[in-house]
Design a binder for this molecule. Structure first.
Ligand SMILES: Cc1cc2nc3c(=O)[nH]c(=O)nc-3n(C[C@H](O)[C@H](O)[C@H](O)COP(=O)(O)OP(=O)(O)OC[C@H]3O[C@@H](n4cnc5c(N)ncnc54)[C@H](O)[C@@H]3O)c2cc1C
Length: 398
């Protein structure tokens, strides 16, 4: 695998860097640096800024609006986005649903939804998990019964990220009431404004509103909103999940965080000298740096197989474990660095500005909230235990 960049790659990097430094909304970068939650408008402004250059969906084929970049260019783009501290795209539309629609959707669905996703005009949520179906997703109970030219959907989804902002939700629903497992599940796109849809907020341990419970009470959904064949939704959902698991790497962001962590640790007071003089802290920081390097190479491997025309394969499970464990290790180091300042700073209720005004170090305002939220990284997208089961079965053949 080639790991050096050509002059043309470096030229491309400079163009992307300039965009994120000059043209990308600066206030969004400031909010993110302080650990503040972004609004729906912020997410959409961010995606629209990238879409204005045709850069919102680097992985999409050109015929659907992708920029036609090489694997290396895509990698450079991600690295520069995260280096600048810009917002990653909301994955549900651009990373998860988009590939399902252009692969399995009909022409009407493609022309109806793809461009709005590409241009950052619609916000999508993902309705897979239910109160009693998470890891064992095939046991899901949300039902859709046929009634003329529509389905009537009744049931519940839970842990639905950013459903409070969503215009649409794609859901797995059981269309065959006699089926119990993978067969008889269909993939439906539901307008969040439909009568009978309700969003119930769940506030997570970091004090923020990331997730929700979404209830469906006799919600009418046109049959034309079903992607692919009735009863074959499981097939489309597993295709989507492999794309989902490759989206967690965020190597550029991790490299930036580690660089900053090393700089901060050099001046932050530790038990004897600076935090970097603490051999335990320094060893864990070094370990995290090595882990991110190995993550970088694994990401390139997965991207290479995708660029070769394959769906991300079983390597995506390996990537998911490595990426999420590295993220947790990094936010643990930030929490340690924040030390006694961290305690007061982890809720949205305690605004970052307040903490800065009373003289807390800037890094303490986002570190603890991030630490708490990052615990969920090894749960969402299929828990890391489940990923290990997949590796055991499919990679190691155990
Ligand atoms: C922050 C956050 C955001 C999320 N966003 C979304 C979203 O937008 N859309 C969506 O559909 N879902 C979302 N989820 C849900 C997520 O996908 C599920 O939480 C996850 O799949 C685990 O399911 P569960 O919570 O029901 O836990 P369970 O499946 O009940 O698992 C509980 C524990 O048992 C372990 N376990 C279960 N089965 C096995 C097994 N066979 N072998 C070994 N260990 C096992 C698990 O690893 C876990 O530790 C989100 C979750 C979180 C935390």
């Amino acid at each position: 695998m080639k790991t050096t960049f050509t002059a043309a790659d470096e030229e491309f990097r400079a163009k992307v860097r300039e965009f994120f430094e000059v043209d990308y909304p600066a206030d969004i970068k400031v909010k993110l640096a302080r650990g503040e939650s972004l609004s729906k408008q912020d997410y959409q402004r961010s995606e629209q800024a990238m879409a204005s250059r045709g850069w919102s969906a680097p992985g999409w084929p050109e015929e659907y609006g992708g920029p036609g970049w090489s694997l290396v260019q895509r990698y450079i783009f991600d690295e520069e986005l995260e280096r600048a501290g810009a917002a990653n795209v909301v994955p549900m539309g651009l990373l998860y649903l988009g590939p399902v629609l252009y692969t399995f959707g009909n022409e009407e669905q493609k022309s109806r939804w793809l461009d709005d996703i590409l241009q950052g005009r619609t916000f999508w949520a993902q309705g897979y998990s239910e109160p009693n179906s998470g890891s064992d997703l095939a046991s899901l109970q949300c039902k859709a019964r046929r009634d003329g030219d529509q389905y009537i959907v009744t049931g519940e989804k839970i842990w639905t990220s950013y459903a409070q902002h969503a215009d649409w939700i794609f859901c797995l629903v059981r269309t065959d009431p006699d089926s119990t497992r993978h067969d008889g599940i269909s993939f439906l796109c539901i307008d969040m404004q439909s009568p009978g849809v309700q969003v119930h907020p769940i506030i997570s341990i970091d004090g923020k509103h990331h997730v929700n419970r979404v209830s469906f009470d006799e919600v009418p959904v046109p049959i034309g909103n079903r992607v692919g064949e009735e009863g074959k939704g499981w097939h489309y959902s597993t295709y989507l999940l492999s794309h989902e698991r490759t989206s967690y790497a965020h190597v550029g962001e991790k490299k930036q965080q580690l660089k900053r962590l090393r700089e901060l640790a050099e001046s932050a007071p530790g038990p004897c000298g600076s935090m970097l003089d603490d051999p335990m802290f320094a060893a864990r920081l070094g370990r995290a740096e090595i882990d991110v390097l190995t993550l970088e190479y694994t990401t390139l491997r997965v991207l290479a197989s995708v660029a070769g025309g394959k769906a991300p394969g079983d390597e995506s499970s390996i990537l998911k474990i490595m990426a999420t464990e590295a993220a947790q290790a990094i936010s643990t180091l930030y929490l340690e660095l924040a030390g006694q300042y961290g305690v007061a700073c982890f809720e949205d209720a305690v605004t970052p500005q307040w903490a800065l005004d009373v003289g807390f170090p800037e890094y303490a305002t986002s570190g603890p909230a991030r630490y708490f939220y990052d615990r969920s990284q090894s749960i969402y997208g299929g828990t890391n235990e489940i990923q290990r089961n997949l590796i055991a079965k499919r990679v190691l053949g155990l």
